[in-house]
Structures are given as structure tokens and as C-alpha cells.
Ligand binder design. Structure first.
Ligand SMILES: Cc1cc2nc3c(=O)[nH]c(=O)nc-3n(C[C@H](O)[C@H](O)[C@H](O)COP(=O)(O)O)c2cc1C
Length: 189
């Protein structure tokens, strides 16, 4: 079994990265884990041609979106981390997802979506500066989770858990409680 970690934060030692590390800590040693820092990658934007609805891959010239897309396709599980940016996922994570629609879903002849990762386990991690409960009332963390889950849902993934750290501006420290929760979620793979 191999698990792919997508760190969608530009900060390699930020809150999201540290929470992702805790989730990974909880994963059984018998699993292979690959970690990708998305902000190190070269990914051109989607041009909206919709060719990927009939092809298996994006038609743009080969770049890191293709390489990571194949890893997503082949992984047995996915851990997706993103800071909340404008109540959404980070731009680089969105770019990766936009360029890899066929890794997540196909289209049936009648136009209905068809999940390509049905039943595979996934975890979502996010952090935001808005304190609780406003991170949910104002759709900050809630917006980021909804956006990532939109992709995972159409892929057919089975969500093992969501890890949310709020209020990082006033309180950047990650509590032991949240670190423990992250490990427990990781142990569910
Ligand atoms: C471009 C940008 C947009 C952001 N948008 C939001 C937001 O909509 N809501 C929020 O609560 N925090 C927002 N933040 C703050 C980050 O979510 C917060 O600093 C988070 O802890 C960063 O996590 P990281 O250290 O793992 O990157 C934003 C930060 C940046 C850089």
C-alpha cells in the first residue's frame, strides 16, 4: 500500500505541514508514504479545453501536473493538506486538481460523472488564521474543506477524517490534542 501526501502549503514547516507530519506518524510502517510539496512544482494552468473529459490525461505539454497526476491515480490513499486561502484551498493545490480531472472522475456516455478512485481512503488537513467558531460560521476552514472534498467526493474517496487548526494568527501552537487526533486519523489507513 502506498499513501500520497500532497502538501498544498507554500510553507514547508508551517501549520499544515506539521499536521500532515502527525497524520503520517500515525500510519503503519508497512505502508510506503510519499510526500510532495506542491509549491516546488512547475504546473501550468488549465486552459479549459475539456479534452480531458474524453482523454486519460491533460493535453498540455508534459509538466509536474502529469507526474503527480499519475501518482494520484496509482496511490492507495491520499492525504491532502491546504492552508485556507480566501475560504478555499490554496492556488497551487487547485491548479493540480484542475489539471487532473481524469485522475478523479470520468464521464459515462450519458454525461454523468463516474468516480475513478472509488473506496480509496483520504484525509483532509487545513489551517486558517480565523479563530473558532468563526472559521466555520464564516466558511473559512469550512470553505477549504468543502472545496477539497468536492474533488475527493467526485473521485469516490472514503474520507477517514478532517484535521482543522483554526486561529493560527493569535495562537500558532498546535495543541497536543490536535496532534494526537491527527495520528489517530493516520492510523485509520
Ligand atoms: C493568500 C492568503 C489567503 C488567506 N486567506 C485566509 C482566509 O480566507 N481565512 C483565514 O482564516 N485565513 C486565511 N489566511 C491565513 C492562513 O490560512 C493561515 O496563515 C494558515 O495558518 C497558514 O497555514 P500554513 O502555515 O500551513 O501555510 C490566508 C493566508 C494567505 C497567505
Amino acid at each position: 500500500m502506498n499513501i500520497l501526501v500532497l502538501n498544498g502549503s507554500p510553507r514547508k514547516n508551517g501549520t499544515v505541514a506539521n499536521l500532515l507530519k502527525s497524520v503520517v506518524d500515525g500510519i503503519s510502517n508497512s505502508y510506503d508514504v510519499e510526500w510532495i510539496n506542491l509549491y516546488e512544482l512547475n504546473i501550468k494552468p488549465c486552459i479549459g479545453c475539456m479534452k480531458c473529459r474524453t482523454d486519460q490525461e491533460c493535453i498540455l505539454p508534459q509538466d509536474d501536473a502529469h507526474i503527480v497526476g499519475r501518482k494520484i491515480r496509482d496511490a492507495d490513499g491520499l492525504i491532502v493538506g491546504t492552508p485556507t486561502h480566501w475560504g478555499n484551498m490554496s492556488a497551487q493545490l487547485k491548479l493540480l486538481f484542475d489539471r487532473n480531472v481524469p485522475m478523479f472522475m470520468g464521464e459515462k456516455p450519458n454525461g454523468m460523472p463516474c468516480p475513478r478512485q472509488k473506496g480509496k481512503p483520504a484525509v483532509i488537513v487545513t489551517a486558517c488564521s480565523t479563530p473558532w467558531p468563526f472559521n466555520f460560521i464564516a466558511a473559512e476552514s469550512r470553505g477549504a474543506i468543502r472545496a477539497v472534498n468536492e474533488v475527493l467526493h467526485y473521485g469516490g474517496y472514503r474520507l477517514l477524517g478532517k484535521i482543522v487548526k483554526s486561529g493560527t494568527k493569535a495562537n500558532p501552537t498546535i495543541s497536543n490534542r490536535l496532534l494526537t487526533k491527527s495520528k489517530i486519523v493516520g492510523s485509520k489507513f
